[in-house]
Design a protein around this ligand. Structure first.
Ligand code: SF4
Length: 270
């Protein structure tokens, strides 16, 4: 199996392509800038097709053999719905469809591009769609994702990471099943984000923005009060943490409930 991940809520990552563009406040200190530069690549403005396009068949065959499912964080070093990937996405959907023992977690900041970039035979049971929002002005991305149909066995999720302000009063969780929250990681100076500031001005600066723990706690209370799943990933920290509360609170289990998969296979991943 390839590309085992340190991300606490997935077993693997898989990148069909690399590279992105910053489009929102939450993107300011995006880690792919560091990662791609280490590879000698320019992270912004162009995308690179990876050489590992077919690797998912490795973890698909092993998961099938073990009668398990694995969660795969999809495009951790890009955005699956980035416009420059339109020419490659049909191939990615074919891989995803043919790896039914992998549950593909596709997290995007471009939910407005999802509907026109779905395969003709959508929805897929093994694809969870997620949207990323960590402040009030991007909460409308959840409204956009709410309008995208998903399979009854799949889950819509939201990643409030980095959480830049308290969004617990404004967030509408209708139609979502799981929320991940966390503070920003990264070197440099820690500072409090200014919602009234020019969000593009931060794109070329370093540092990490403070998440007050109470913001995560009020979100947790709202999510748990709605009977949904919650994952606290980390506090604001210089280094990314993989511990969080992931061993205590897990994402909703795809195999729970009515799905035929639960009758055929052990519940191994949730
Ligand atoms: S959309 Fe995601 S991958 Fe792209 S720059 Fe923003 S945070 Fe980074």
């Amino acid at each position: 199996m390839k590309e085992e991940t340190g991300i606490s809520w997935a077993h693997f990552t898989h990148n069909f392509w690399l590279g992105c563009d910053k489009i929102a406040s939450e993107c300011a200190h995006c880690y792919i800038g560091r990662d791609l530069r280490k590879q000698g690549r320019q992270p912004w403005g162009r995308l690179y097709l990876t050489q590992t396009y077919n690797n998912p068949f490795d973890f698909e065959s092993l998961a099938k053999q073990n009668k398990q499912y694995v969660r795969v964080f999809t495009c951790s070093e890009s955005d699956f719905f980035h416009a420059q990937a339109d020419k490659w996405r049909a191939g990615a959907w074919r891989v995803i469809k043919n790896c039914p023992h992998a549950v593909w977690l596709i997290l995007t900041k471009r939910p407005e591009r999802i509907l026109r970039n779905l395969p003709a035979d959508w929805p897929y049971a093994n694809v969870w769609l997620g949207v990323s929002t960590g402040c009030k002005k991007t909460l409308n991305k959840m409204d956009v994702l709410r309008d995208v149909p998903i399979h009854p066995e799949a889950v819509r999720f939201v990643s409030a990471e980095p959480l830049l302000e308290d969004i617990s009063q404004e967030i509408d969780l209708t139609g979502f099943g799981w929320l991940v929250v966390g503070g920003e990681s990264g070197g440099g100076v820690e500072y409090l984000w200014n919602p009234a500031g020019d969000w593009r001005a931060e794109f070329s600066t370093h540092g990490r923005r403070t998440m007050h723990l109470e913001w995560a706690e009020t979100l947790r209370d709202k999510v748990k009060g709605a009977g949904l799943s919650f994952l606290f990933k980390q506090i604001t920290n210089a280094r990314p943490s993989q511990s969080g509360m992931s061993t205590l609170i897990r994402p909703p289990c795809r195999t729970s409930g009515r799905g035929g998969h639960s009758r055929r296979f052990q519940r191994a991943t949730c």
